[in-house]
Design a protein around this ligand. Structure first.
Ligand code: NAD
Length: 365
């Protein structure tokens, strides 16, 4: 099966791999092992980003890396950042490279699954009955909303008092494109979509709700519901399993996706995808560069491997590879292998490199 698929796409796809800083290179190395299993090693091109980009080219997103990303079908990113760069001018800091690549690739749809692996249920702060088999997909609009709206800034008002201003805005086309991603994602899952807004008080999200309903007419198979964001925050911890796909704006999505991901208990397990209008995507773990454990072979590579799985599903439309990788990860956990962040008594503590090898062994059977 693997061989048949390779024949179809092997010579066509280009994957940019950007390991970045801290644990980035270690975790990316494990995901690259998976690409090797699928015979895709020669489809990879490496680039520098973050602190590594700054050190080599005095730019956290060097032109060569941006060009590489623009010419590729998908980007796999490790993580960026290190405390040693905190004193650099803002534009030179590693995180700036990340924001610029997201903007330059027009990655407006951020997909963050919160999946509870049954083997890790003890890691959740909620009781097992509330989170067992939990599988939520949060879709957050990533390039609009109050984070980007103008006017913005800190100034002085008519009463000569200092005031801060940010502007929440969404245009109709921005809402239409994220709604389409959400409905299409729901179609691939349980066909249930909950749109989160604050339409009772914010006109921006009143328009959001109106447009989502309109777009929904093109997807009659999907059951659409709406929820105010305050209620959604409460329902996520009260009865999280009522949700399947959630779609929301940038600021609400920022907060809700972090809340949902923590239901699963472990930051080292959480993948993410950021997509453009043609499903070109950047795939990266939700965690940072963990400088405290960099180079110690302690990092959990599973979020990165699961991000690669998402690449097959969302950019290459290959559900089969997605399932193969996800099942290999599940089997590895089921067989008791754990990195330090998810270790518990009675399980088998291994390092980053060995965790990668264990997944590969299970992928190849
Ligand atoms: P972090 O996510 O890097 O680390 C938080 C804690 O989680 C640390 O104790 C770390 O050891 C642990 N951790 C994170 N990933 C892990 C993994 N895969 N396996 C095991 N343990 C893991 O967040 P931070 O410490 O706040 O930030 C460190 C640096 O990362 C900063 O420079 C920050 O700006 C940057 N950062 C980058 C991204 C990104 O690249 N997308 C996201 C967040 C933070």
């Amino acid at each position: 099966m693997v061989k048949r698929w390779i024949k179809v796409v092997k010579n066509k796809i280009k994957i940019a791999v950007l390991p970045g800083d801290g644990i980035g290179p270690e975790i990316i190395k494990q995901a690259v092992k998976v690409l090797k299993v699928f015979g895709l090693e020669s489809n990879i091109n490496y680039g520098l980003i973050g602190g590594k980009g700054y050190e080599e080219f005095q730019d956290p997103l060097p032109k060569t890396t941006l060009d590489l990303a623009l010419q590729s079908d998908a980007v796999l990113l490790g993580a960026v950042g290190d405390w040693k760069y905190d004193k650099l001018p803002r534009d030179m800091r590693p995180e700036r490279g990340l924001l610029r690549i997201r903007q330059s690739l027009n990655l407006f749809a951020n997909l963050r699954p919160a999946i509870m692996f049954s083997e890790l249920i003890h890691a959740s702060s909620l009781k097992a009955e509330f989170v067992s088999d939990l599988d939520i997909m949060i879709i957050r609009e990533l390039t609009g909303d109050i984070y980007f709206g103008e006017p913005r800034g800190i100034g002085v008002n008519n009463q000569n008092e200092r005031e801060g201003i940010n502007t929440m805005r969404y245009s109709e086309p921005e809402i239409i494109r994220i709604a389409n991603v959400a409905f299409k994602t729901a179609l691939k899952r349980s066909k249930k979509l909950c749109s989160v807004d604050k339409a009772n008080v914010l006109e921006t999200t009143e328009l959001w709700r109106e447009i989502v309903i309109q777009v929904g007419k093109d997807y009659p198979e999907v059951e659409l519901s709406h929820m105010y964001v305050d209620n959604a925050a409460m329902q996520l911890v009260k009865e999280p399993k009522q949700f399947d796909v959630i779609v929301t704006g940038n600021i609400f999505g920022d907060i809700l996706s972090d809340e949902a991901s923590m239901l699963t208990g472990s930051i080292g397990m959480l993948p993410s995808a950021s997509l453009d209008a043609n499903n070109k995507g950047m795939y990266e773990p939700s965690h940072g560069s963990a400088p405290d454990i960099a180079g110690l072979d302690k990092a959990n590579p599973l979020a990165t491997i699961l991000s690669l799985a998402m690449m097959f599903k969302y950019t290459f439309n290959d559900e089969e590879k997605f399932n193969l990788i996800e099942n290999a990860v599940k089997k590895t956990l089921n067989d008791g292998f754990r990195t330090e962040d998810i270790f518990s008594k009675g399980t088998n503590l291994i390092g980053c490199e060995e965790m990668g090898d264990k997944v590969i062994e299970r992928l190849m059977v």
